[in-house]
Design a binder for this molecule. Structure first.
Ligand SMILES: [Zn+2]
Length: 386
């Protein structure tokens, strides 16, 4: 009996010691190879629906509005110490407020577009242009972008130099950005992260806005461009690369070639780690949804890459939570979680807001909104007279 007890005791002791060794190894591993939790936030297709206001019904709404998603952004930033915020385009055209601003002589005398007055409050790290950015022409676009206090990037829009040689082609925007981001690792120490950001746009934009593109700008294949640019970003030391893609899961119809001009094809580009996309006003991931091939809604991955799409008009916030681990001086994505977080919750078929509007945005926009409503009335009057 005594022998048996001694045997059990010694086995327990050996197991305990082994466990401790494993624990010590695990601790020293995290000290040696620190992990960083990084939250990447996305807005897209805001279309200047800056307020929670339904212009058709002429009343407030809880279903959309940048001022509402702005509160979600503030909340999401508070929950995680390392965050990045991006917009994926279609900001300046869409709502009656956007129409009013574009028609207003006041705006041309150096006023900042109310969309940027609002977005500047949230601290964006970068953004890319959508097709609707070109609707009012290049002068209007460039004048407007000056109001954004964050950089814009796009890689596949080039100046049309009217020759066949590709080697001398010049990008219209900065083709990519390398953001030096200070982050705090899980051991509480500072780390430097070089975040590469590349912007891509659906080439059908040059057909839809031919009037503004012809003889001035051309748009090249998204995948081909990314395959050219991403290695340059890697060479310059990008630790992770985020693609801001203004195009859908499928290429736009009526544009050839279809290949390379959609998110699924971009997800296959080596070196791109994370994708934030927009344009089609959908959301990704959708709980329980299936396919197409390579698209995993449950895990929020497209061909293995963490991806998100945040709806439109500020109805969702895109959130990708990454756990990065440094191995032999290289940052790798260890875990990821993608969420398109809505601004409302549906309980027993009733829509309940989960955030209140951000008061600063309402304050900034109050005059623009008043004048927009007056503008709408005058337009209706004109239409009636016609
Ligand atoms: Zn679009």
């Amino acid at each position: 009996m005594k022998k048996k007890l001694l045997f059990i005791l010694s086995i327990t002791l050996i197991l305990f010691m082994q466990l401790n060794v494993i624990q010590i190894e695990a601790i020293s591993e995290t000290l040696k190879e620190p992990t960083v939790k990084l939250r990447i936030l996305e807005t897209t297709d805001i279309h200047s629906y800056l307020l929670d206001y339904n212009y058709e019904k002429k009343k407030k709404t809880i279903e959309y509005g940048y001022n509402r998603v702005a509160s979600l952004i503030t909340q999401a930033k508070k929950e995680q110490r390392n965050t990045l915020l991006f917009d994926v385009g279609d900001v300046i055209k869409g709502s009656p407020l956007a129409e009013f601003v574009a028609s207003s002589p006041m705006f041309y005398s150096n006023d900042i577009h109310p969309a940027y007055k609002s977005m500047n409050l949230l601290g964006y790290d970068a953004a890319t242009v959508g097709n609707h950015e070109f609707n009012y022409g290049l002068d209007f676009l460039l004048n407007t972008l000056r109001g954004a206090d964050f950089p814009y990037t796009n890689a596949n829009i080039y100046v049309d130099d009217r020759n066949e040689y590709e080697q001398d082609d010049i990008h219209f925007f900065q083709p990519y950005l390398l953001l030096d981001k200070d982050v705090v690792n899980e051991n509480g120490e500072m780390e430097k992260l070089k975040v590469g950001v590349i912007g891509l746009i659906t080439p059908i934009t040059q057909v839809w806005d031919k009037e503004h593109f012809e003889n001035r700008l051309i748009i090249k294949n998204m995948r081909k461009t990314a395959e050219e640019i991403v290695p340059q970003m890697k060479k310059k030391g990008a630790d992770i690369i985020i693609a801001l893609v203004h195009a859908g899961l499928y290429s736009d119809q009526n544009y050839r070639p279809k290949s390379g001009n959609n998110v699924r094809d971009i997800s296959k580009v080596e070196g791109i780690d994370v994708i934030l996309y927009g344009h089609t006003h959908g959301i990704f991931p959708v709980k329980g949804a299936k396919g197409p091939k390579g698209v995993n809604h449950d895990k929020g991955l497209i061909n293995g890459k963490p991806t998100v799409q945040a709806g439109n008009w500020g109805n969702h916030l895109g959130i990708i939570d990454l756990t990065l681990q440094k191995k032999k001086d290289k940052w790798m994505i260890k875990e990821s979680k993608s969420t398109a977080k809505p601004i409302i919750r549906i309980i027993k078929k009733k829509k309940i807001p989960i955030v209140s509007p951000m008061p600063q945005i309402e304050y900034i926009l109050s005059n623009y909104q008043k004048e927009t409503l007056e503008y709408m009335n005058s337009k209706q009057l004109l239409n009636h007279l016609e």
